[in-house]
Write a protein that binds this ligand. Structure first.
Ligand code: F6P
Length: 323
């Protein structure tokens, strides 16, 4: 492989806080190393449509504290097809780009892996998803912010739950992962958490609510990960079985937005800079990751094909002990 003189960067899939910090780090690290950077707009769609802008140090000023992504993002169906990837490759060749940084989640990495292999094109990923569901890395960009946003909402809802002696069922995001739900439930002192990784028995949930009620427990917060079911259905079943009043809150996209926490900004800075270094070392088909506070590179194949372990049992045990 020849010397890298120009790289591309894009954000793909659901936006997550810290993506801007990563873009900034990619651009500024590359600039220091005398490498030019092209930013593609709306993820792989920008590659296919040749929708891009040249980026320099100044173009990433004042973005480190912003949620979302200044490059915009999309889930591209066209890139999943051979023809879309062919057009993307043509754009990269026309622009004399020698390497690509893809900031996104598992779907984006699947596309990056396929593309990089098909065209023997150097691609490095940066894990950016609130779901924290990429195997091989302890954290992904945006999960810390999402947990903090959700926790803030849960704290507020608890005021009403306590004051009005109600059961609240709160649905959090996470796709097929219970990561956000487990963190929020433990940090928020919630009584129950239902996650996709574990089955639950609604009768058992209701038994503990009823027993608690008899003991004088006046409020209850049940966190439901979206991958486990709909909060409205669960609240309905709890009401039917216990006869107690329930309320439902679906936190939704509020969890994706907002100012990135310090942890997501630091992670974005580290991942962005490391991704450029990996490209310069001739690495490809890998994503950056962080393991026990050390930066690591993980094969796309490993990150995509393995399920991230959650330590769910120790969380569930602790939640039970502490409530
Ligand atoms: O993957 C991030 C995520 O926010 C998931 O938690 C959620 O299931 C999904 O994206 C929502 O996607 P969209 O923004 O396309 O509705």
């Amino acid at each position: 492989m020849g010397k890298i003189k120009r790289i591309g960067v894009l954000t793909s899939g659901g936006d997550s806080a810290g993506m801007n910090a990563a873009i900034r780090a990619v651009v500024r690290t590359a600039t220091v190393k005398k490498i030019e950077v092209v930013g593609f707009i709306r993820g792989y769609e920008g590659l296919i449509n040749a929708d891009y802008r040249r980026m320099d140090s100044r173009s990433v000023s004042g973005i480190v504290n912003l949620g979302g992504t200044v490059l915009k993002t999309a889930r591209s169906k066209r890139f999943a097809a051979k023809e879309g990837r062919r057009q993307a490759y043509a754009t990269l060749k026309n622009l004399s780009i020698d390497g690509l940084v893809v900031i996104g989640g598992d779907g984006s990495f699947r596309g990056a892996e396929k593309f990089g292999r098909e065209y023997n094109f150097p691609v490095i990923g940066i894990p950016g998803t609130i779901d924290n569901d990429i195997a091989g890395t302890d954290f992904t960009l945006g999960s810390d912010t999402a947990v903090n946003v959700a926790l803030d909402a849960v704290d507020k809802i608890r005021d009403t739950a306590t004051s009005m002696e109600r059961i609240f069922v709160i649905e959090v995001m996470g796709r097929n992962s219970g990561y956000i739900a487990l963190q929020v439930a433990l940090a928020g002192g919630c009584e129950e958490v239902l996650i996709p990784e574990r089955n639950f028995n609604i009768n058992k949930v209701c038994e503990s609510i009823t027993e608690g009620n008899i003991r004088g427990k006046i409020s209850w917060i049940v966190i439901v990960a979206e991958g486990r079911g709909k909060a409205a259905d669960i609240a309905d079943r709890i009401h039917k079985i216990t006869g107690l009043e329930t309320r439902v809150t679906v936190l939704g996209h509020i969890q994706r937005g907002g100012r990135p926490t310090y942890a997501d900004r630091v992670l974005g800075a580290k991942f962005g800079s490391f991704a450029v270094e990996l490209l310069l070392k001739g690495q490809t088909l890998k994503t950056t990751g962080i393991k026990s506070q050390k930066l690591v590179s993980i094969d796309f194949n490993y990150a995509i094909k393995n399920k991230k372990l959650l330590e769910a049992d120790s969380y569930l045990k602790l939640i039970k002990i502490l409530t």
